[in-house]
Design a protein around this ligand. Structure first.
Ligand code: HEC
Ligand code: HEC
Length: 225
């Protein structure tokens, strides 16, 4: 009967340690100095902000892509970014240009952002390459059955961007996003956002993996279609 008490003490310790490190990581000097937190949330407890959330940046982004983006920002959401599920406030406009960091700042910020995670113990996802036949079938799911291209850009057979612009472009998803995050996003976007505008799907495990692998094969200057 001594166990419950110990568990309580361990739990209390983890709570204090977790809360403390979370607080320190959420507000490094550079974020304040560059005012990144006027547009982005760096912790889930802040109220909604205008730009995409960054409190799970370490789960979501590939480090190299992130470092380059901060030095040379590109447009990912061609119709702008909004949290309004009903477009009731009108079509959002992209308000760029995005703040640019110098190489040293970008490196420091990348290290900080990569430390922000909410997925606990997510094991690395082993995804075998899609065979030609499987790729054709998942492409049909992406384009026709689920109409992902109604909201997301990808390349057509002629390597031209096509697709809707209300969601983030997936053209460079294979360089930008981590497969483990894409998998979790497709499984349940509500893990990351409570007011997202993407439809909720219920994929079976195999489709989930195939779809993740398909998205990860989208790279700006590669040959896959
Ligand atoms: C004036 C508002 C504003 C400020 C300040 C700002 N951002 Fe952004 N940021 C945005 C918007 C809007 C987007 C979405 C751009 C797009 O999708 O095309 C974005 C996108 C991003 C992305 C990609 C997010 C994703 O999910 O695609 C990262 C990373 C990022 N910003 C980091 C930063 C950092 C670090 C700072 C501080 C140096 C910063 N931002 C300052 C508005 C801002
Ligand atoms: C009705 C429009 C719509 C459809 C259809 C849609 N999405 Fe999305 N998707 C979005 C929006 C909007 C976001 C951005 C997150 C948000 O605002 O909730 C998003 C985010 C994503 C992301 C994360 C990208 C990022 O950079 O944050 C992935 C991956 C994705 N969608 C894949 C898919 C796939 C695969 C399908 C089809 C099975 C699909 N989406 C169908 C609107 C859509």
């Amino acid at each position: 009967m001594i166990l419950p008490k110990n568990y309580f003490l361990i739990g209390l310790f983890l709570l204090i340690a977790g809360g403390w490190s979370g607080g320190v990581e959420a507000s490094p000097a550079l974020v304040k100095e560059k005012q990144c937190d006027t547009c982005h949330r760096f912790s889930k407890t802040e109220s909604e902000k205008s730009a995409p959330d960054l409190f799970f940046a370490g789960d979501k982004f590939q480090k190299d892509w992130l470092g380059n983006f901060l030095k040379q920002p590109e447009v990912i959401r061609l119709a702008g970014h909004t949290r309004d599920p009903g477009f009731s406030k009108g079509t959002p406009q992209y308000t760029g240009p995005h703040p640019v960091l110098n190489p040293k700042e970008a490196q420091q910020m990348t290290d900080h952002l990569m430390s922000l995670k909410i997925l606990k113990d997510a094991p690395p996802l082993e995804l075998p390459a899609l065979s030609k036949g499987k790729r054709v079938r998942v492409k049909i799911l992406f384009e026709r059955d689920y109409s992902c291209i109604a909201c997301h850009q990808s390349y057509n057979l002629a390597r031209q961007p096509r697709g809707g612009v209300s969601g983030p472009s997936l053209i460079d998803a294979g360089r930008r996003l981590r497969p483990e995050w894409v998998y979790q996003w497709l499984k349940n976007p509500r893990q990351f956002t409570t007011r997202g505008r993407m439809p909720l799907y219920t994929f079976d495990e195999e489709t989930l993996r195939k779809m993740t692998q398909y998205i990860m094969s989208h790279k700006k200057d590669s040959k896959s279609k």
